[in-house]
Design a protein around this ligand. Structure first.
Ligand code: ADP
Ligand code: MN
Ligand code: MN
Ligand code: MN
Ligand code: MN
Length: 359
């Protein structure tokens, strides 16, 4: 395990975690900052909320999170989703919150608001999303976790879904995160070790509408928190290690109700034609540094071209083999990078396929 100096003193902490809370509960307010990460702080409550509307609005200093200028720094937190807290246990809760500026407009980094409007406008489509979040683990010295000192592991091959010493790294963090997600009620559908040693993936979904972004951001928060206890760093960079090593993506699987029914392929093909026309607009919100990843190598398409095909992992859009055979189901947009905002990805997909909403 990483240097034990960064690991908190669990035995001492346990004496306090089990103390009676009286009639209080602790609510961890979580928000997305201006640096593509999450922040959180805790509020003591006296009453268990039955919905986000029961929770008080709160605020924070946005000049300390890259979200507001120093001379007008208050940013407001509006609760939008509640989850059981796997760290403090019941009755404590995690609260996902949207960021709003003092003039009543959504904060620049609040992409949830616009996404929710699009999902609401097109909810009769029953849009389902399943996202595959890839990420890479680093030790506290910023070396890929478990890589040999001063060198490289053997070439890619044994690591994808690997089992056994030297073929898989950091299963403890990954396993703890998986259980934390299930406890919190995140719709996590699976995990697997990736092609690059010390890289893993978890899948969230299928979730309908805005729920995908909420659950994926909460899963990211849980991952950072769990890894903190192990002294491990999480990287969402799409090309964490230069050279002949796989990058990290956020493959986005999508279907509408029409696509899921027999004969759905014609709706899938119509959607792909619309996606083709807005390739550049999509790439613009599909994550930073994605040019380093979408090279046409390492199971990716080229960033400047839009391509699609059945079972083709070198294309922008892949139709799974079984969907091609049955003629209905879903498709996979392989372009998004691991550091993209799921609200922006799912929002622009709905906008492109079903149309923008007026202000
Ligand atoms: P891959 O073969 O690309 O690695 P994964 O099994 O990792 O695929 O992920 C597939 C994702 O597709 C899962 O998150 C799953 O929830 C999602 N998915 C499955 N069916 C649908 C559907 N009809 N609509 C949207 N997403 C779906
Ligand atoms: Mn203070
Ligand atoms: Mn996958
Ligand atoms: Mn993968
Ligand atoms: Mn995939």
């Amino acid at each position: 395990m990483a240097d034990s100096t960064v690991i908190s003193n669990t035995a001492n902490l346990l004496k306090y975690t089990t103390l009676d809370q009286k009639d209080k509960l602790l609510a961890e307010y979580i928000w997305i900052d201006g640096c593509n990460g999450v922040r959180s702080k805790t509020k003591t409550l006296s009453k268990v909320p039955s919905s986000p509307d029961d929770l008080p609005e709160w605020n924070f200093d946005g000049s300390s999170t890259g979200q507001a200028p120093g001379d007008n720094s208050d940013v407001y937190l509006r609760p939008c989703a509640i989850f059981p807290d796997p760290f403090r246990g019941a009755p404590n809760i995690l609260v996902l919150a949207e960021c709003w500026d003092s003039d009543g407009s959504p904060n620049k980094f609040n992409h949830r608001h616009e996404c929710a409007r699009l999902m609401e406008a097109h909810k009769e489509q029953k849009p389902w999303f399943g996202l595959e979040q890839e990420y890479t683990l680093f030790d506290q010295y910023d070396k890929p976790y478990g890589w040999p000192k001063g060198g490289f592991p053997g070439p890619q091959g044994p690591y994808y879904c690997g089992v056994g010493t030297g073929k898989v790294y950091c299963r403890d963090v990954v396993e703890a995160h998986y259980k934390a997600c299930v406890y919190a009620g995140v719709n996590i559908s699976g995990i697997n070790a990736e092609v690059l040693p010390a890289q893993w993936e978890f899948q969230v979904g299928p979730c309908e509408g805005i729920e995908l972004g909420d659950h994926l951001w909460l899963a990211r928060y849980l991952l950072e928190r769990v890894a903190e206890e192990f002294g491990v760093k999480i990287s969402f960079h799409p090309k964490p290690i230069p050279g002949d090593w796989n990058g990290a993506g956020l493959h986005t699987n999508f279907s509408s109700e029409d696509m899921r029914n027999p004969g759905g392929m014609k709706y899938i093909e119509a959607a792909i034609k619309k996606l083709e026309k807005r390739h550049k607009e999509h790439i613009a919100v599909y994550g930073d540094d994605n040019t380093m990843r979408l090279t046409g190598k390492h199971e990716t398409g080229n960033i400047d071209e839009f391509t699609w095909g059945v079972a083709n992992r070198g294309a922008s859009i892949r139709i799974p083999r079984s969907v091609g055979r049955e003629g209905y189901g879903y498709f996979e947009d392989r372009r998004p990078a691991s550091n993209a905002d799921p609200y922006q990805i799912t929002g622009i997909m709905i906008e492109t396929i079903y149309g923008a909403v007026g202000s």
